[in-house]
Design a protein around this ligand. Structure first.
Ligand SMILES: Nc1ncnc2c1ncn2[C@@H]1O[C@H](COP(=O)(O)OP(=O)(O)O)[C@@H](O)[C@H]1O
Ligand SMILES: [Mg+2]
Length: 318
């Protein structure tokens, strides 16, 4: 069965189970299961810390054109990131890159006000799912890198899954200050903890110093005010939020209600229909939702090396 057929079938099952999928105009792209490349230098049995690529920090370039407060540049080890199965800008044309090209198009159009209707705070894009382990972080990182590869778009990737942060670790970076520090102390400004990276158009806002009331901080008035501030202060940027799951706690729904666009990752094999249904019900009021079917396996795709497919299945002709 092709990926398109698999996706269409899965969506049909969900619909028959009474899951109200987002409007028919919204396509449901598919992300296939990416396999990490074998790399002698990074054996899978090595401890996490040993697998981390080395970090280099370069000081901001001197010169009158740069404001003094600009954050240091973090050098991402793009080879190691690519070997771990994530997308990188210099990777050859790959299935993953092609799939994320499809995912990002409508999101960018809405963020830039080029969609059919204007979207308030359209540049705030939340990536969430029903439960942990469905590929939120994987999708958020790939989406951010994919958008950063565009000529016109600058991206900020925010690790807002404050209870289970993983963005820095997945990118081979050590813990750093970030969102929680900004929320906790009025004296810390985003610009002070934002990391510029060697992917020129990508900056990262880590989740920050662990805090016993992290989830309360995430759903606080301060966070909501911060979101509005970010949407306007960085209105030339697309801000991608890796977020907590919708069904375990309530902060994700609070966040979702302040986002311009919400991407709901559905694990093609493991997410139950009931979970998808419940998760969508929690974000009923969000105007723009996109479902992303993740970890679709395709034997065909493996055979041909590419052979990806897109699930325009719901309400659309292929
Ligand atoms: N499409 C995919 N291909 C390969 N690995 C994936 C894919 N989606 C998720 N993973 C892996 O599955 C694990 C769980 O995904 P993650 O993004 O951390 O989930 P979540 O953030 O929803 O808890 C991670 O190790 C991630 O790299
Ligand atoms: Mg995660």
């Amino acid at each position: 069965m092709s990926l398109i057929e698999q996706a269409a079938k899965r969506l049909e099952q969900l619909r028959q189970a009474g899951v109200e999928l987002p409007e028919e105009s919204v396509s449901t792209p598919v992300i296939s299961k990416a396999s990490p490349q074998k790399n002698e230098a990074t054996p899978s049995q090595a401890p996490e810390s040993a697998r981390r690529p080395p970090i280099k920090e370069t000081p901001p370039e001197p010169g009158p054109s740069r404001p003094a407060s600009i954050s240091p540049q973090i050098v991402l080890d793009l080879e190691a990131i690519s070997a771990s199965g994530l997308l990188t800008p210099n990777a050859d044309r790959s299935r993953l890159a092609d799939e994320f090209r499809v995912v990002k198009r409508p999101l960018i159009a809405n963020a830039m006000g080029r969609g059919t209707t204007p979207v308030p705070n359209g540049n705030l894009i939340m990536v969430t799912s029903a439960l942990p382990g469905e590929g939120k972080s994987f999708s958020a990182i790939n989406l951010a890198i994919s958008i950063a590869m565009e000529l016109d778009n600058t991206v900020m990737l925010v690790d807002a899954d404050v209870a289970r942060p993983s963005v820095l670790n997945m990118l081979g970076l050590p813990p750093a200050k970030g969102l929680l520090d900004v929320l906790e102390a009025n004296s810390v400004d985003i610009s002070g903890v934002l990391m510029r990276t060697n992917i020129e158009k990508l900056s990262i806002l880590p989740s920050g110093t662990p805090h016993p009331r992290a989830t309360e901080l995430l759903a606080s008035e301060t966070m909501i005010a911060l979101l509005d501030d970010m949407a306007s202060r960085y209105n030339d940027r697309i801000i991608v939020f890796d977020s907590p799951p919708l069904l375990l706690t309530t902060e994700a729904r609070v966040l979702a209600s302040h986002m311009g666009q919400v991407v709901v990752v559905v694990n093609a094999e493991n997410t139950s229909q009931a979970a998808v249904k419940q998760a969508l019900a929690t974000i009923e009021s969000c105007p723009l939702k996109m479902m992303l079917l993740n970890q679709v396996r395709s034997s065909q795709a493996d055979t041909y090396g590419y052979g990806y497919g897109y699930g325009y299945g719901y309400g659309h002709e292929k």
